[in-house]
Design a protein around this ligand. Structure first.
Ligand code: ATP
Length: 441
């Protein structure tokens, strides 16, 4: 199957079919911000639901959290973001383009010449990636606060609350999905790098001497997750951070990378954060962030294994993985999105062959029954072949056609998106037949 060579075709399909739109498009758009349309929001919700299921429901020792985006400003001092969450920035004095210095070539750094226009580049300065705003109504007296650049800190500061209220004992984890904001210097590549995005993070609290083993466990578990949402192993790899690339808090770090059309790039980070975060918050808040083992009474500061995935990037990887322009036997080309049924935005299309002769009523009844279980789309307009093609582009795995035979034999034709094979399924078995193929198992 031919892979996408750039994001261009995907961007146009995403807009045409209502997956993803440029934010504030009627005003000319705003750079690196996107809106998820009717199909996109379903796709992204399914990604989140799969992640939530895999990370909380499947583990007795992981609980969820939904922390506020706005946090006490001291959180970001303790975490190191106020002092250190910076990228080195250079500007071109002529064309005003901005670059992250660490992405420029050796040659550009030597010549100090803009890669776009050849103009002179400024010296580099550190640029903090956090969005700052004010809390409170009166200007001047209001205090500076930040839009969170990661969801993790909301988990760390709630560690004592969860220990006190949830009956969890180490080892245990806290999972959270939520928005994060970074004033990226060089956003772009569609939804790969945006200034507002969603993270799916899980922080797993362990005994310090068990952290290396847990790190390996979570590496393997997280890699296995991508198979369940239809991303093939051959397009994924681990990439280890070298000693000079490790973040200030990290003892060990691996990225899971996906082979995007722009090359191998990070999808998720898995980090052994040591006891850095809890110790920092203990220092800055004056509150104890330690843990007492209820069996041995031993007191210690847990180490944290973090799994931090980007929801939008995962959605982008799913879109890249699914996209195909397939040449059919008759020479025509169909665009088809091969989503795994679990993440597909629409699971089933209900298509009466024609509106007349009682088929519309039969199909409407069936839709009403099935929509209690699946996201169903009903379409009665146009030739059946064209309706199939529209569903192929939306990535709908099953099309159910109601024809005149249905009224006689109480069976429907189910067309499979990928093979285009058509089979007859008794209406009485249809719901179970679909559930077996679609729902989380
Ligand atoms: P990168 O090196 O790409 O800037 P990072 O190492 O800073 O990413 P983390 O802080 O580890 O990223 O964040 C965890 C995950 O959040 C990333 O793997 C990615 O999927 C997602 N993510 C981070 N920044 C962005 C962004 N600007 N836009 C979309 N997703 C992002």
């Amino acid at each position: 199957m031919a892979r996408l060579e750039s994001f261009d075709k995907l961007v146009s399909l995403a807009k045409r079919r209502g997956f993803i739109f440029q934010s504030s498009e009627i005003y000319g758009g705003i750079n690196a911000c996107y809106d998820y349309g009717p199909l996109g929001v379903e796709l992204k919700l399914n990604v989140k639901q799969m992640w939530w299921h895999a990370m909380t429901r499947e583990h007795d020792n992981i609980v969820g959290l939904d922390a506020a985006i706005l946090m006490h400003p001291k959180v970001w001092e303790a975490s190191g973001h106020v002092g250190g969450f910076t990228d080195p920035l250079v500007d071109c004095k002529a064309c005003k383009t901005r670059f992250r210095e660490d992405t420029l070539s050796e040659e550009t750094l030597r010549s100090h010449a803009c890669p776009e226009c050849g103009g002179e580049l400024t010296d580099s300065r550190q640029f903090n990636l956090m969005f700052k705003t004010q809390m409170g109504a009166v200007e001047g007296t209001a205090s500076d606060i930040y839009l969170r650049p990661e969801t993790a800190q909301g988990i760390f500061v709630n560690f004592p609350n969860v220990v006190d209220t949830s009956r969890q004992q180490i080892p245990f984890g806290i999972a959270q999905i939520g928005k994060a904001f970074r004033n990226e210097i060089t956003p772009g590549n569609f939804i790969f790098r945006t200034r507002e995005f969603e993270q799916m993070e899980m922080q797993f609290f362990v005994k310090p001497d068990e952290s290396d083993a847990w790190f390996e466990t979570w590496k393997e578990r997280r890699m296995a997750f991508y198979d369940t949402i239809g991303i093939s192993r051959e397009n994924l790899r681990f990439e280890e951070h070298g000693p000079d690339e490790l973040a200030h808090y990290a003892r060990a770090a691996f990225d899971i990378e996906y082979k995007f059309p722009i090359g191998w790039n990070e999808l998720e980070g898995i980090h052994n954060r040591s006891d850095f975060d809890l110790r920092q918050h203990e220092k800055f808040s004056g509150k104890s962030m330690g843990y007492r083992d209820p069996h041995t009474n031993e007191k210690y500061t847990p180490f944290i294994i973090e799994t931090s995935a980007g929801c939008d990037r995962t959605t982008l990887a799913i879109l890249c993985e699914a996209y195909e322009e397939e040449t059919l036997e008759d020479g025509s080309v169909r665009t088809v999105m091969h989503f795994h049924p679990r993440v597909a935005p629409i699971k089933v299309a209900i298509l009466p062959l024609v509106k007349k002769g009682g088929l519309k009523e039969y199909a409407t009844d069936l839709k009403e029954q099935l929509k209690r279980h699946f996201n169903v789309f009903y379409d009665e307009k146009g030739a059946i072949g064209r309706r199939y093609r529209r569903m192929d582009e939306a990535g709908t795995p099953y099309c159910v056609t109601i024809d005149f035979d249905t009224l006689e034999d109480q069976a429907v034709t189910v067309r499979h998106r990928d093979s285009m094979e058509q089979i007859r399924v008794p209406v009485a078995d249809l719901q179970a037949w679909l559930a077996e193929r679609i729902l989380i198992s």
